[in-house]
Ligand binder design. Structure first.
Ligand code: ATP
Ligand code: FE2
Length: 326
């Protein structure tokens, strides 16, 4: 079976085509970049609405397929920005009705996690999902992805992006911060906020603002931000590995593109004799492929949705999903 998956929880609208064996047939996406400041949900939704049908057409054409080859459509049902979610849900429903194929909504966070397991030998990993809106340490247990630890305020990526706006680095700032940090050397003081398995980032953002206003070198501030927040993430990952008795780590989410973060997690894991798996870079950030793959997993394990079940859920939590495919 071939599934067409549509992603659109926040800044990126993406369409992916995947078959039941996990082969990727197409991957098309476009990111909304606000002219100034952060994302306005309505503006991002308008961007998705304008582009989604063209992306669907491109994806089907570039895979050399016909619409009649598609057996399932899936979409990101949440969590995310309401207007964006509703836009892609509408596109998915329309496709389902016009092609007379089933539609299935998937959880965006679980999709990030599942694409991290595709194509590698990780059997029962712990997952560090570090993205724009989310920061969670997750492990599978008894039919659910359980959240062992998470951010108590904003996602780590959002914190970096907010800092980027403050420092005039443009949106989104993660990659730029990584570049600048390479030329930093002074470790500036920032709050290290780990409480048990949870982390918090807003105090770090406030402290970073103070450092900025003092006129410190931007390279040193980026370096200090990375060293502090990635050490926090590595610490909770290590604690969860020990507690959940796992010996594999999968990195997921856009912030996992950062080589300093993956380096820290890798050195922690090697000391514990654990393996680390990373999906290809293009599947770490939002994409339609992960939504298509999760749609196939859910559908293949017997999940079905009526149109009335496709209402979006802005606060759809990772641990609300029934993981029937494991
Ligand atoms: P969520 O998955 O929580 O809904 P999202 O969809 O916005 O959030 P992703 O598309 O997975 O998140 O990732 C985007 C985030 O990743 C942005 O915050 C961006 O700054 C960050 N990011 C991308 N590349 C890097 C990098 N090299 N270093 C640090 N952060 C990065
Ligand atoms: Fe995401």
């Amino acid at each position: 079976m071939i599934c067409l998956g549509i992603e659109g929880t926040a800044h990126t609208v993406g369409v992916g085509l995947v078959d039941s064996s996990g082969r990727v047939l197409s991957d098309a996406s476009d990111m909304f970049r606000p002219p100034k400041g952060g994302i306005h949900p309505r503006e991002a939704a308008n961007h998705h609405a304008e582009l989604v049908s063209g992306l669907i057409e491109n994806a089907v054409e570039s895979a050399g397929l016909d619409y009649s080859d598609i057996g399932l459509v899936s979409f990101s049902q949440g969590p995310g920005l309401g207007p964006c979610l509703r836009t892609v849900a509408t596109a998915a429903r329309a496709l389902s009705i016009s092609l007379s194929i089933p539609v299935i909504g998937v959880n965006h966070c679980v999709a990030h996690v599942e694409i991290g397991r595709l194509g590698n030998n990780a059997r029962d990993p712990l997952m560090l999902y570090a993205s724009g809106g989310n920061t969670q340490v997750i492990a599978y247990s008894k039919g659910r992805y359980r959240v062992f630890g998470e951010t108590m305020d904003i996602g780590v990526g959002n914190m970096l992006d907010k800092f980027g706006i403050m420092a005039g680095l443009g949106f989104y700032a993660g990659p730029r911060i990584e570049e600048l940090a390479k030329n930093g050397s002074v470790l500036l003081e920032l709050p290290y906020s780990v409480k048990g398995m949870d982390v918090a980032f807003s105090g770090i953002l406030t402290a970073a603002r103070h450092h900025l206003s003092r006129g410190v070198r931007i390279e040193d501030l980026c370096f200090s931000l990375q060293e502090t927040v990635f050490a926090m993430l590595t610490e909770i990952t290590e604690r969860a590995l020990a507690q959940a008795e796992k010996n594999e780590v999968v990195l997921a989410g856009g912030v996992a593109r950062n080589r300093r973060l993956s380096g820290m997690v890798r050195s922690m894991a090697s000391e514990r004799g654990a393996s680390v798996y990373e999906p290809p870079f293009k599947y770490l950030v939002d994409n339609g492929v992960m939504i298509a793959w999760n749609g196939l997993l859910a559908y293949g394990s017997g999940q079905r949705m009526e149109l009335k079940d496709t209402v979006v859920n802005q606060r759809y939590r990772t641990d609300q999903v029934e993981v029937t495919w494991r």
